[in-house]
Design a protein around this ligand. Structure first.
Ligand code: BG6
Length: 502
C-alpha cells in the first residue's frame, strides 16, 4: 500500500525573509543558523530567501561569519560540500538595528520591501522584556503585514503577570495565528513520537489510565551547568527554566486525551485541559511534594567542577539547579496517579526519559506471597532514542518457575536509517508552513504559570531551602517524599524507580 494515504498534503514553502533579533547571540549561532542551513543543504529551502542577523551595536563583528560557519560545520554529521555552506552564508546579512533609533528599522524596511510579497519571520531571540518594544517598533515603522509572523523564544516573562503583560504588547501588533511560541522540546523527533506511540497503537490505549498505571516518571538530567548564562539562570532556576515549559509539555503529551485531529488548536485544546487539571500546591503539599537542590563543588572524571555559586560568581543565591515534584492530574483518566517530574544540572550525564509504571498483576500464581513487579514502558528521549517494554520472563531451566524483568527494546537508530532532524529544523519548517501544532498558545502558557506559581509562591511563603548536592552526582539524596518514598543518592535509576505505594 502506498504511504501517500497517511501523508497530509504539505503546504509549499514560499520565499521568505528570516529576521533574527539577537542575531549575534548564543542561541542564534549555536542552534538557529545551523538548523536553517541544514534544511537548506537538505534541499528543503529551494526558494529564494534571506536571513537577516540583527545586532544592536555596530561593534566590530569581524568573526561573525567564520564563527557561524564553524558552528554549522560542527553541527553536520555527514559529508558536505563546503561551497554549499558558503552559498548559505551568502544569503545571510548582518544588520545593525539599535534598539533606540529609527534609522535601523527604516533601513531594514528598505531591505525587506525589496521583496514585498515574501513572508517575513521576525524571530525574537532576545530577553523577553525586549519583545514588546521590538514588536512596537516593527509596527510603527510599517514592517508588519499579513504575511508576517513573530517567533518568541522562551522564557516569556518570569511570572503570570509578566507573561500576560508581554503577551498584551505582542498582540497589539500580531494576531494569535501569527505568533509562534517556541518550546524546542516539541520539535524533538522522540517527543513527537510520543503522540504516534499513543495514538497510532492500539496496544497501550486500554491500559493508559489510573486503573492500570501506578505512576509516571519524567526525568531530564543534564550534565552541563549554567555555562555563560548565569545572569539569566539565577533569575529563573530549574523550575522556570525546564519544568514550566519542557517537562510540562512532556507531561501534557503523556496525559492528554486524543485530539480530534492532529491540528494545532485541537492538540492545544487537549494539552490545556491537562494543565487545568494539574493539582495546585499549597503551603503543606509544597513541602512534601517538591524538593529543590543546588550543586556545590564536585568532580567528574577526576576533574574538579565549580559550584553553582562559583559559576555565577556570587556569595549566595537561593536559586535551585535541581527540582523534583510529585504532581497529580485530577481528572477522570489520571485520578490518584503520581507524576514525578525531575530535572537537574550538573548530573553525571545527559539523560532524559519517561517511564510509565504499570500496576502489578492482581495475584501471583507462582508464589502467592510475593508481588510481581509491574511492567514498565520506558521512553528514552536522549541521548539515545529508544523504547523499552519491561516485562517479566521465565528464567530458563528446570525446577519450577523463576522469573525476572526483561526489556523488549526498540532502538530508533536500528529501525530507521534516516538522520533525525534537530528540533529547531523541524520547528523552523513548521513556522514557514504556518503549522502551529508544535507551538504554545497563550492560554496554555497562562495555565502553566498558574500551576508553577502555586509552587514558587509557596516556596517563598514557607521559605523552602535548597538541599545541596555535589556537582557530578545524581542530585540530593536521602530525600523523603511524602514520608514514604526514599529517593536514593546512588543513581538516577534509583531516584526514578517505582515509588512504593504505602
Ligand atoms: C533550555 C534551557 O530551554 O533547554 C537550558 O534553557 C537547557 O538550560 C536546555 O540546558 C536543554 O535542552 P536539550 O535540548 O539540550 O535537552
Amino acid at each position: 500500500m502506498s504511504n501517500r494515504k497517511y501523508r497530509k498534503t504539505k503546504t509549499q514553502i514560499q520565499p521568505f525573509h528570516a529576521v533574527i533579533f539577537g542575531g549575534d547571540g548564543d542561541l542564534a549561532i549555536r542552534k538557529i543558523y545551523p538548523a536553517i542551513c541544514r534544511r537548506y543543504l537538505d534541499g528543503q529551502l529551494n526558494v529564494d530567501f534571506k536571513v537577516f542577523a540583527i545586532t544592536r551595536s555596530d561593534k566590530k563583528h569581524a568573526n561573525f561569519f567564520p564563527t557561524v560557519k564553524q558552528f554549522i560545520k560542527d553541527s553536520i554529521k555527514f559529508q558536505v560540500d563546503e561551497t554549499k555552506i558558503d552559498a548559505f552564508l551568502e544569503k545571510m546579512l548582518l544588520t545593525v538595528v539599535p534598539g533606540d533609533n529609527d534609522e535601523g528599522y527604516l533601513q531594514l524596511k528598505v531591505q525587506l520591501d525589496a521583496n514585498k510579497d515574501y513572508q517575513t519571520l521576525f524571530y525574537l531571540s532576545t530577553p523577553s522584556n525586549a519583545f514588546g518594544p521590538i514588536c512596537e517598533s516593527l509596527k510603527n515603522h510599517g514592517l508588519v503585514n499579513q504575511l508576517s509572523k513573530v517567533v518568541l523564544e522562551k522564557p516569556l516573562g518570569n511570572s503570570l503577570a509578566s507573561s500576560q503583560s508581554i503577551n498584551d504588547s505582542i498582540t497589539q501588533v500580531f494576531t494569535e495565528d501569527q505568533i509562534y511560541r517556541i518550546d524546542h522540546y516539541l520539535g524533538k523527533e522522540t517527543v513527537q513520537n510520543l503522540m504516534v506511540l499513543r495514538f497510532a497503537n492500539h496496544l497501550f490505549e486500554n491500559a493508559w489510565n489510573s486503573n492500570h498505571v501506578e505512576s509516571v516518571q519524567i526525568t531530564v538530567a543534564e550534565s552541563l551547568g549554567v555555562e555563560e548564562r548565569g545572569d539569566y539562570y539565577d533569575q529563573s532556576g530549574a523550575l522556570l527554566d525546564m519544568v514550566q515549559n519542557h517537562l510540562m509539555q512532556l507531561l501534557c503529551l503523556i496525559a492528554m486525551e486524543p485530539p480530534v485531529r492532529m491540528e494545532a488548536n485541537f492538540v492545544r485544546d487537549e494539552k490545556l485541559k491537562v494543565i487545568h487539571a494539574l493539582r495546585l500546591l499549597d503551603e503543606n503539599t509544597v513541602k512534601t511534594h517538591t524538593a529543590r537542590g543546588q550543586y556545590t563543588r564536585g568532580e567528574k572524571d577526576g576533574v574538579s567542577i565549580n559550584s553553582y555559586l562559583e559559576d555565577i560568581d556570587k556569595f549566595s543565591s537561593n536559586t535551585e539547579t535541581f527540582v523534583a515534584i510529585k504532581a497529580f492530574v485530577d481528572n477522570w483518566r489520571w485520578k490518584g496517579v503520581p507524576f514525578f517530574l525531575r530535572t537537574g544540572k550538573r548530573m553525571p550525564k545527559r539523560y532524559s526519559e519517561i517511564i510509565i509504571n504499570f500496576k502489578p498483576v492482581a495475584y501471583n500464581v507462582f508464589n502467592g506471597n510475593e508481588e510481581i513487579p509491574g511492567n514498565k514502558l520506558i521512553i528514552r528521549l536522549q541521548p539515545e532514542e529508544r523504547i523499552e517494554l519491561v516485562q517479566m520472563s521465565k528464567l530458563p531451566g528446570p525446577g519450577g518457575y523463576r522469573y525476572k524483568p526483561v526489556a523488549l527494546k526498540l532502538d530508533f537508530s536500528d529501525s530507521f536509517n534516516e538522520k533525525f532532524p534537530e528540533a529547531y529544523e523541524r520547528l523552523f519548517i513548521d513556522m514557514l508552513r504556518g503549522n502551529q501544532t508544535l507551538f504554545m498558545r497563550q492560554d496554555e502558557l497562562e495555565a502553566a504559570w498558574i500551576w508553577v506559581e502555586s509552587i514558587t509562591n509557596n516556596w517563598k511563603k514557607t521559605n523552602q531551602k535548597n538541599i545541596l548536592y555535589e556537582a557530578g552526582t545524581w542530585g540530593p539524596g536521602d530525600l523523603v517524599m511524602d514520608g514514604n518514598e526514599k529517593w536514593s543518592k546512588t543513581s538516577i535509576y534509583e531516584i526514578v524507580s517505582v515509588p512504593k505505594q504505602k
